[in-house]
Ligand binder design. Structure first.
Ligand SMILES: Nc1ncnc2c1ncn2[C@@H]1O[C@H](COP(=O)(O)OP(=O)(O)O)[C@@H](O)[C@H]1O
Ligand SMILES: Cc1ncc(C[n+]2csc(CCOP(=O)(O)OP(=O)(O)O)c2C)c(N)n1
Ligand SMILES: [Mg+2]
Length: 313
């Protein structure tokens, strides 16, 4: 007869292995609340993101990848703010207790957490349709956060890496045949949160956002909240070989601008600080007075909608 695990055994076995290690975390899993204490001069940065089966992942997703991605998308929001992560809570709704699933999920989650010195300090576990939520907390020196509203006219727009691969990974999962599927599928299943880059951009970048819904939509949030516009240069965008092959075959140039799930950072920098930008980031455009997002491509300039992943439309 298989072993039966209850709610509290499950938490103890898969999630409460370590006492908190980060000095800000004073009390972790096991009481009604966790306790933390921040040094003076630091702001607490807080974010939450949920992942739901058939919305954010397919039913056949590897649980280790799910644990990784759930934490990665939350750390990505802290990175986009220039915040240094130190604690997370995890709210799990599970249809049933499956030890092999939980073991792999917690391994994916806790491996990434340890890599960034982040403690799992609490959460909630219930039965119900598979739904995974994390709240992530970080610190940023007061006044140093990289907000969406801080872009200035004349700033250069930068992107931290290729976009579109995760969207291509989703297409591959939906049946698109691609000769080089490894990178797109890896970007879709195992995004890398750009935490070190977010920290390195403090004092250099003005506005910053992570690309979860798509470049056009997420840069659109910066433009709207900063009351500016931008013009991007298609030729400045870097694509993987897989994306180049997809573009050549399909002509679908909108996909890398609108697909989302990439978790690269898009940020704006005044020109006189551009020499300080970390390697690997590319200048893709410039912030302008005129509102809206324009794209220079194939000899002409066209207006782009702020299109991206949208849950309800
Ligand atoms: N249900 C909610 N209640 C309160 N605030 C919310 C809710 N959902 C989202 N927000 C806030 O709205 C803003 C935009 O959310 P979202 O698009 O999810 O950001 P992100 O792409 O960074 O995860 C964020 O400040 C987020 O905290
Ligand atoms: C099965 C499946 N279908 C579609 C997608 C694509 N997708 C789902 S949600 C999303 C955007 C990001 O999720 P959201 O909840 O909007 O995160 P946030 O912007 O709040 O960080 C994308 C690109 C996916 N990842 N998996
Ligand atoms: Mg969100």
């Amino acid at each position: 007869m298989p072993e039966r695990l209850g709610e509290f055994d499950l938490i103890r076995r898969y999630f409460a292995a370590d006492a908190p290690r980060h000095p800000h975390n004073k009390l972790g899993i096991g009481d009604d609340c966790a306790l933390m204490s921040l040094p003076p001069g630091q702001h607490l940065a807080i974010t939450a993101d949920t992942m739901v089966e058939n919305v954010h992942f397919f039913a056949d997703a590897a649980p280790e990848d799910l644990g990784h991605k759930l934490l990665a998308v939350n750390l990505s929001d802290l990175a986009a703010m220039g915040a240094e992560p130190f604690a997370v809570t995890l709210a799990l709704t599970l249809p049933k207790v499956e030890p092999t699933w939980l073991e792999a999920f917690s391994r994916g989650f806790l491996t990434l957490a340890r890599r960034f010195n982040v403690d799992l300090i609490g959460g909630d576990t219930t039965s119900g349709p598979l739904t995974l939520t994390v709240q992530a907390m970080g610190t940023v020196p007061s006044g140093a956060a990289l907000t969406r509203s801080a872009a200035n006219v004349g700033d250069f727009v930068y992107l931290s890496g290729p976009v579109g691969d995760a969207g291509l990974g989703l297409k591959i999962k939906q049946g698109y045949r691609c000769s080089f599927p490894e990178i797109p599928l890896r970007c879709f299943h195992r995004p890398e949160p750009r935490v070190e880059l977010g920290l390195a951009l403090r004092g250099i970048a003005h506005a910053c956002i992570d690309i979860s819904d798509g470049l056009a939509a997420d840069l659109g949030h910066i433009l709207t909240q900063s009351r500016v516009g931008a013009c991007l240069d298609w030729a400045a965008l870097a694509f993987s070989d897989a994306m180049d092959a997809y573009l050549a075959e399909s002509g679908d140039w909108r996909l890398p601008l609108t697909a989302g799930d990439d978790y690269q950072l898009c940020f704006t920098v005044p020109p006189d600080r551009s020499a300080a930008i970390p390697a690997g980031c590319r200048k893709i455009g410039v912030i302008e007075v005129e509102s809206g997002l324009r794209l220079r491509r194939a000899g002409s300039i066209e207006l782009l909608e702020f299109t991206g992943y949208e849950h309800f439309l």
